[in-house]
Design a protein around this ligand. Structure first.
Ligand code: ZN
Ligand code: ZN
Ligand code: ZN
Length: 368
């Protein structure tokens, strides 16, 4: 699998005129070689020359953590007194163009530019993103398993099995985080809990606000499920509940609009449809419902080894969806000072039609 991925990267390097691919911290590295670098001041770098063997340059003390894959790369440990930048420059060879991982530390790039003065650098995402954004069957199943795990948590939330009223947002966020791990993720990526007026801020940070009876609560949570191969796949879901009693009319009306918009987004996301048309489809519904100016973000983002990656479901992205693209459909309506709501599923564009990975109930759960 890793060999196939590296071959694909090499084919793109060939067509893009890139002589060396340099991958450090971030998700490209585990995706292409099964090893995730610790974000340390000591540099780790997979050096992939267009021709010739790949080398994983890694701090000597990290070498024991690297699973050897001699068919993919050789391992070169560097000691505390060695210069890893010089080593990387040597392995990259006389590259006129090198592509560096987007999440590589700026400090390392500054050092590399001095060590490789005749090389021009560009982002590696132009090579890695088109490969990573098309999921094969096994990857879709990994994403489906992660989605099913958060679906089970959402179902408990909707059934009133996660205590809300009288708890702080932070306490509920901690409980969701605990359940994310219990359900088989190794990492919690976020657990947004936003009550009442706080939900009007899409990325509200859960705080001391105590959740009250008779208000909306937005929960957006997800994590990373890491497999035996060292690669993790992400989950991401948003559901809203009303804590007690009858929701007010405006909230119910808005939720009905949101629900329809989200379903329309999923329906419209077929293979060949430009990504921006999916954003337009959800937005059209929300505009028609009279809440257009309160839908203040794009419709969605791709997901895979990273929680946010290509393809972005946003106006201006004219790239047609491909079979195997996985992304969120997450329209929202946010009325400052009053309330907010979002409904989010992960789905896959497939030749067989839109394939939603989150299937837990989409209605507003009224508890009490
Ligand atoms: Zn978000
Ligand atoms: Zn989310
Ligand atoms: Zn999301």
């Amino acid at each position: 699998m890793f060999a196939t991925r590296i071959d694909r990267a090499r084919a793109r390097m060939e067509s893009d005129g890139v002589d060396a691919l340099l991958l450090s911290v971030g998700s490209d590295l585990p995706y292409f070689c099964g090893y995730e670098a610790m974000p340390l001041e000591r540099i780790t770098m997979l050096v992939v020359p267009r021709e010739g063997d790949a080398t994983l340059v890694v701090p000597e003390l990290e070498v024991p953590r690297v699973e050897e894959r001699p068919d993919i790369f050789s391992i070169q440990g560097w000691g505390e007194t060695q210069d890893p930048i010089a080593l990387i420059a040597e392995l990259a060879g006389p590259a006129s163009t090198a592509a560096v991982g987007d999440h590589m530390w700026a400090g390392f790039l500054v050092d590399l530019t001095s060590a490789m003065p005749s090389t021009s650098f560009r982002r590696a995402s132009t090579i890695t993103s088109p490969i990573r954004s098309v999921k094969d069957l096994a990857e879709v199943e990994r994403l489906r398993a992660a989605s099913a795990a958060v679906d089970r948590i959402a179902a408990r939330l909707q059934a009133g099995e996660i205590a809300l009223v009288g708890k702080t947002e932070a306490a509920v966020s901690a409980e969701l985080s605990r359940q994310i791990i219990d359900e088989g993720h190794q990492r919690v990526n976020f657990a947004i809990v936003a009550a009442g007026e706080n939900a009007a801020s899409p990325h509200h940070h859960a705080g001391d606000r105590v959740i009250r009876s008779g208000e909306g609560v937005l929960c957006d949570f997800g994590g990373t499920m890491i497999g035996d191969d060292g690669i993790g796949y992400c989950s991401d879901i948003t559901r809203c509940v009303w804590t007690d009693g009858r929701p007010d009319r405006e909230f119910l009306e808005a939720y009905a609009v949101l629900h329809e918009a989200q379903a329309e987004g999923v329906r419209s996301a077929s293979v060949g449809t430009p990504a921006q048309d999916v954003d337009r489809a959800t937005r059209r519904k929300i505009v028609a419902g009279g809440f257009g100016s309160y839908f203040i973000h794009r419709t969605g983002h791709g997901i895979g080894v990273e929680a946010h990656e290509d393809p972005y479901i946003v106006e201006g992205n004219t790239t047609p969806l491909k079979h195997g693209n996985a992304f969120s459909i997450e329209p929202g309506i946010y009325i400052p000072g009053k309330w907010g709501m979002r409904l989010e599923d992960i789905m896959v564009a497939s030749d067989a039609g839109p394939d939603p990975l989150n299937t837990v109930d989409h209605q507003l759960a009224v508890l009490g």
